[in-house]
Design a protein around this ligand. Structure first.
Ligand SMILES: Cc1cc2nc3c(=O)[nH]c(=O)nc-3n(C[C@H](O)[C@H](O)[C@H](O)COP(=O)(O)O)c2cc1C
Length: 173
């Protein structure tokens, strides 16, 4: 599968089969995250792999009652202790963890495993539940599992609405 095929394959999945992810496939997903680039190659991240059913159940409340969170056999929680903002004034941890999770989700898509990025969660509640050490910030949460739904193909803005060549005022015809 090409990178573009994986990009096209990935959709947010919000219903999961009651079927575990094979360890070998889970490790491939984690490897994709491990190999992701990070600011000054700090790799200041931890990937917390939640498989315990009781913890997954409790994660639902920490994730704004999104019930499908506990359906998934794996819930990935990405956190980082890099608190630095880069020169561009963006937090390195947010960007680093976001790239890592994007890589993981694309690798999962290639393996036929669904995922859904979650931004609706309480970072302190997730950190408390998973005993994440002080200093680490929870950046992203994503369930992973075999899909129990096709997922909807969501529309995207046309290229001309989002791409600007050269200086903003320049018009190219
Ligand atoms: C940063 C971010 C936060 C998101 N938070 C949630 C969420 O809390 N719950 C949810 O069901 N989907 C969430 N989504 C999924 C988006 O709704 C979804 O990516 C978008 O509608 C496009 O659909 P697609 O992923 O199927 O292409 C989030 C996606 C991103 C990138």
């Amino acid at each position: 599968m090409s990178v573009m095929e994986a990009i096209l394959q990935r959709k947010s999945i919000r219903a999961y089969q009651d079927k575990p992810i094979e360890q070998e496939k889970l490790e491939k997903i984690l490897e994709a995250g491990r190999l992701a680039p990070s600011a000054t190659n700090q790799q200041a991240w931890k990937f917390v792999v939640v498989t315990d059913p009781a913890l997954r159940h409790e994660l639902v409340a920490a994730c704004r009652n999104q019930a499908f969170v506990e359906q998934a056999p794996v819930v990935m929680v990405l956190c980082a202790d890099e608190v630095r903002d880069m020169a561009c004034r963006q937090p390195a941890r947010t960007i680093d963890c976001s790239i890592a999770l994007s890589y993981m989700q694309l690798q999962a898509a290639e393996l036929g495993i669904g995922s859904c990025w979650l931004g609706a969660f309480s970072a302190p509640d997730v950190a408390k539940l998973l005993k994440i050490p002080a200093g680490f910030q929870v950046v992203a949460v994503s369930p992973f599992g075999y899909p129990a739904e096709e997922g909807r193909v969501r529309s995207r803005k046309p290229m001309e609405d989002i791409v600007q060549y050269d200086a903003w005022e320049t018009k190219k015809n």
